[in-house]
Design a protein around this ligand. Structure first.
Ligand code: GDP
Ligand code: MG
Length: 304
């Protein structure tokens, strides 16, 4: 669909113009030589792909070029496109866990976009005919609960919220119970992103995770890590520590539209080995799009 394609193209403009776009001029005409490899490597690193991922991409490309006896840079560009697409998991056909209710925790640091993403996801699935319930388990900041409630009201989606300063575990427990008794298809639990210390935050998350499983064995069925694409390699460190705390099952990359660092997607993928489920390409609800690895790679490499 033309409008979806332009959404990706527009959303990825910064990453394309500031980094990856330079690849097409590099590989537009010349023969492949030592300088080509050096320049390509430099661009990929500047694109926030990370040293390790960049080196591994370059190594596989060198192998392909060698094996197929390629000499022209435009041929290398085609191989790069394939390599980048293959490095990203294909989004699963069915994004939602099959359980009823499907219980999904949204985790990530403060400001990464969890609360707005919860609302956007809720809207998307309601529009698809699902019964959705939101839970505000970020009880530390009154504003966080208010923010989710405002969104929920605007979208006419029910929300379970506790008292400010209350127990996030209790909110999660009540929300799962409510989801079961109300015949909810999807329960999205918004969690805190900042506590006094990172240790506290991680312990709190473990607790919410555990309590959710007490209310419904097997829950949560999804743990979706929300990462701000403007933070580049920092997101990689976040991904690591969250994944050690609660096994992440999917990633949501927000603010790609404000970022020149879209290359971080490849580093995140390499680190976590789970699919990127959604991409934030703007602030509007419809700007949260199911991740599409081909649209993504073409969006960052396109010459337009
Ligand atoms: N441009 C842009 N802004 C976003 C996107 N996703 C979230 N935001 C903004 O990021 C800010 C923080 O979001 P919020 O949901 O409150 O983050 P939280 O602290 O993780 O709950 C808000 O101003 C959002 O509008 C996106 O994909 N693109
Ligand atoms: Mg929030």
């Amino acid at each position: 669909m033309a409008d979806i394609f332009s959404k990706w193209l527009n959303g990825l403009e910064r990453t394309r113009k500031q980094t990856f776009g330079r690849i097409s001029s590099l590989l537009g005409t010349s023969e492949i030589n030592a300088q080509t490899w050096e320049d390509l490597e430099e661009i990929l690193i500047q694109a926030d792909m990370g040293l390790e991922t960049t080196e591994s991409v370059i190594a596989s490309l060198r192998k392909v070029v060698d094996e197929e006896g390629l000499t022209r840079a435009p041929e290398l560009q085609q191989k790069l496109r394939e390599e980048l697409i293959n490095r990203l998991d294909e989004r699963p056909e069915e994004i939602l866990p099959s359980e009823h209710p499907a219980v999904v925790l949204l985790i990530g640091v403060n400001g990464s976009g969890k609360t707005t993403t919860a609302a956007k996801l809720a809207k998307r699935f309601v529009d698809q005919g699902k019964k959705v319930l939101l839970a505000a388990a970020d009880t530390y900041r009154a504003a966080a609960v208010d923010q989710l409630q405002v969104w929920a009201e605007r979208l006419s989606i029910p929300v379970i919220a506790g008292q400010t300063g209350g127990d996030p575990g209790a909110v999660a427990y009540d929300a799962v119970e409510a989801a079961k008794s109300r015949g909810i298809d999807l329960l999205l639990i918004d969690t805190a992103g900042r506590l006094h210390t990172r240790y506290n935050l991680m312990e709190e998350l473990k607790k919410v995770h555990r309590v959710t499983g007490k209310a419904m064995p097997g829950a949560p069925h999804g743990v979706w890590l929300v990462l701000d694409a403007t933070t580049g390699q920092n997101a990689l460190h976040q991904a690591r520590s969250f994944n050690e705390t609660t096994k992440v099952t999917g990633v949501i990359l927000t603010k790609l539209d404000s970022s020149a660092r879209g290359g971080m997607a490849f580093a995140i993928q390499k680190e976590l080995h789970v699919p990127i489920l959604f991409a934030g390409l703007g602030e509007k609800p419809e700007d949260l799009q199911p991740f599409d690895r081909v649209e993504f790679v073409d969006g960052i490499l396109s010459e337009r």
